[in-house]
Design a protein around this ligand. Structure first.
Ligand SMILES: [Zn+2]
Length: 401
């Protein structure tokens, strides 16, 4: 028997072809399959063209416009998830690019017939969902239940940032305060070390510094015991990075320090905090909602000039995938962020363009507000992911050169 407030996510079984929709939604792209032979746009996703049976279907970004033909108010559902959310509006929409489909309607959409915009979003189970939005933004757009279900906006949420003693951590805290976070717990290690960033943050109303050393299991457990049950969004900014080729150093101390923070730090956080987040995932409006990992585009393919750092981030990326699978059943979004080189002392020798901590922080807030799962902030990261998806072997050789 389910407790009344146990987290319930929508049914999540999807075909392999439909995972293309999920992949686009994870990146915030409105993409559908188009036939390479006859040009027909497909929906729902399929293995062969509905017009000519060609198997050459490619995912492409599409125009978002459509026409609402009719709508209904759904009051019942086979699935517990939908029953709990009834009544809600559903509409039959003819997309400008061709197919017609059923979508969930934002409450500000006009009645049929009317124009609307479509958005591909991830639902609580991490699966793609088509949403109909009013053609123009309305005030309090994000307060609609369907938007709240599919996004993780920091506004009025309680957020833990694991390390604010860096420029990235500070920028993250400032961006969250600007986005309306109710509380920002600002983690800091090594309290004896002065930090201009921590001092500057103390002046901001919603920021509360909390001691946290992700390399120390008892420190992580102690903080989780104190505030773990209240955190809505956890943002792991803790990072250890030393540039250098692997043969340029003796011993493994630097590599070990990178793994201690970047990999084992994430593991300690996951072990200490994820149970508490999962327990609160169904707390209505104030539920726990997201876990953010600041990884690196170097996790995709090793940058030999940052050899051990890249390796530690690849390990963290893999662990983050395990964490995502674990939290998905509770409806908590894991946002993995893969920035290119950041403007910091450890990338001093890297040529521009580099990403400012402030731009990185704004991208993370934007990704939470849009409910994304994977983001590649900055020109370099976007270039790396495009090259990686096209040909991982070529990227490996190019980075080696
Ligand atoms: Zn075709």
């Amino acid at each position: 028997m389910l407790a009344l407030d146990a987290p319930v996510v929508p049914p999540s079984a999807r075909s392999r072809a439909a995972q293309g929709l999920t992949a686009a939604a994870a990146l915030g792209i409105f993409a559908l399959q188009r036939c390479e032979d006859c040009g027909a746009v497909q929906y729902p996703p399929r293995d062969a063209c509905v017009e000519c049976l060609s198997a050459r279907l490619r995912w492409r970004a599409m125009e978002r416009g459509g026409e609402l033909l009719s709508e209904t108010l759904i009051r019942h559902g086979q699935e517990l998830y939908f029953r709990r959310r009834a009544p809600y509006r559903a509409g039959l929409v003819r997309l400008d690019v061709g197919p017609s489909t059923i979508v969930a309607l934002h409450r500000a959409c006009e009645g049929a017939p009317s124009r609307l915009r479509l958005r591909l979003a991830l639902d609580k189970a991490g699966q793609a969902l088509l949403i109909g939005l009013p053609e123009k933004d309305v005030p309090d757009m994000a307060d609609d239940p369907i938007i709240r279900e599919t996004t993780c906006a920091p506004r009025a949420r309680k957020v833990l940032i694991t390390d604010v003693k860096t420029r990235v951590g500070r920028a993250m805290a400032e961006a969250l305060v600007a986005a309306g976070a109710e509380i920002v717990w600002a983690g800091f290690a090594a309290p004896w070390k002065p930090s201009p960033h921590l001092e500057a943050l103390r002046a901001l109303g919603p920021v509360t510094p909390v001691p946290l050393d992700v390399t120390d299991e008892s420190s992580v457990r102690e903080l989780a015991g104190g505030i773990g049950g209240k955190v809505d969004i956890l943002i792991n900014t803790a990072e250890h990075h030393r540039p250098g080729a692997i043969a340029s150093r003796n011993g493994i101390e630097t590599a070990r320090a990178e793994m201690e923070v970047n990999f084992f730090g994430l593991l300690r956080l996951a072990q200490a905090f994820s149970a508490a987040l999962k327990a609160r995932a169904a707390d209505g409006q104030a539920s726990s909602t997201a876990w953010v990992n600041l990884l690196s585009a170097r996790a995709l393919s090793n940058d030999p000039a940052h050899g051990t750092f890249s390796a530690s981030m690849a390990a963290a990326f893999s662990l983050a995938q395990a964490l995502r699978a674990d939290l998905q059943a509770s409806g908590i979004r894991v946002l993995n962020v893969f920035p290119g080189p950041i403007e910091d002392e450890w990338n001093a020798l890297v040529p521009p363009p580099k990403l400012s901590p402030e731009a990185l922080a704004r991208t993370v807030v934007d990704a939470l507000e849009r409910g994304l799962e994977d983001v590649y902030p900055g020109e370099v990261a976007k270039d790396l992911i495009a090259r990686f998806l096209e040909n991982p072997k070529a990227l490996e050789r190019e980075l080696a050169g």
